[in-house]
Write a protein that binds this ligand. Structure first.
Ligand code: PAF
Length: 274
């Protein structure tokens, strides 16, 4: 695996390859990321992964400084997964001057759910992804469904800017008990780790109720939030939305249940398509 720490090195490594597939990450890699890399492999003749902890998508009180940087094990895992080129720019290289040009996603997509609880998050995500796309120039990029709203946002961004990039969705990888794999699971204490699966269990319960014909979505959401709160969680939202745009359900539309909740000081998110 070749490693590029600067945009110039990346362009040098990419010269000669006609199409590139891409998996952007913030490192601290787990099986979920590696599955995305394996999914990206057959999509092009060279596969690039990036590791860049993007300051722009963290709020001041969030974990930018403490976000786990696990360089050696990330490199070994990417190499084993068949990644061809790792792009790991420094902040100085990706943001040599303050990034004052930004991608501003529309409020109806960016200010709901994750964006409501993490204002500015999707401006940061869309801006860095646009810049990474400009560096890697992929024909295809793979994003996990675990970050469902992010995947939808990137799809819309690519469509509206007419970027010639196929956005491919990767299924969420789960631990044996059903907990969605996440770089932030490492923050959980052993007792919290045992409890953590309750978020996906709550979403499963909501999805089952919707499938069984429950139409009182507000009641379902309130009950699920109350049940998690009673176990000591601090839920931000547990909600049923349309898959297409994450707006409130309408008759016959494919649905997804999404949740975000804090367990101790760790904020977890998960979702299930219904
Ligand atoms: O999903 C992530 O890890 C990040 O939001 C991404 C897409 C790499 C942008 O920083």
């Amino acid at each position: 695996m070749l490693i590029a720490h600067t945009i110039a090195e990346l362009r040098h490594h990419l010269a000669g390859f006609s199409d590139h597939s891409f998996v952007p990450t913030m490192g601290n890699l787990h099986e979920g990321h590696l599955a995305l890399v394996r999914q990206a492999k057959p999509l092009a003749d060279v596969t690039v992964a990036s590791i860049f902890v993007n300051r722009l998508q963290f709020l001041p009180h969030e974990d930018f400084d403490t976000y786990p940087r696990t360089w050696d094990s990330d490199c070994a895992k990417l190499q084993a997964a068949g990644c061809d080129i790792l792009f790991a720019p420094s902040e100085q290289d990706l943001y040599p001057e303050p990034q004052t040009f930004k991608v501003q996603p529309p409020p109806e997509l960016a200010d709901i759910l994750e964006g409501h609880f993490r204002p500015g998050f999707f401006v940061g995500v869309c801006t860095v992804v646009m810049k990474l796309f400009a560096c890697v120039q992929p024909a295809a990029a793979v994003f996990g469904k675990k970050d469902y709203q992010q995947l939808m946002m990137i799809r819309r961004m690519v469509q509206q800017f007419a970027l010639p990039i196929e956005i491919v969705a990767g299924e969420t990888c789960r631990a044996d008990d059903g907990l969605a794999l996440s770089s932030r699971n490492g923050y959980l204490s052993p007792a919290e780790r045992l409890e953590a699966v309750q978020l996906s269990k709550a979403l499963q319960g909501m999805a089952a109720a919707v499938r069984a014909g429950e139409t009182d979505i507000a009641k379902l959401e309130t009950q699920a939030m109350a049940a998690l709160s009673a176990r000591g969680w601090k839920p931000d939202y547990l909600t049923v939305r349309r898959q297409s745009d994450l707006q409130t359900p309408t008759l016959g539309a494919p649905l997804v249940v999404l949740g975000a909740a804090k367990l101790g000081s760790t904020r977890l998110i998960d979702n299930l398509e219904v």
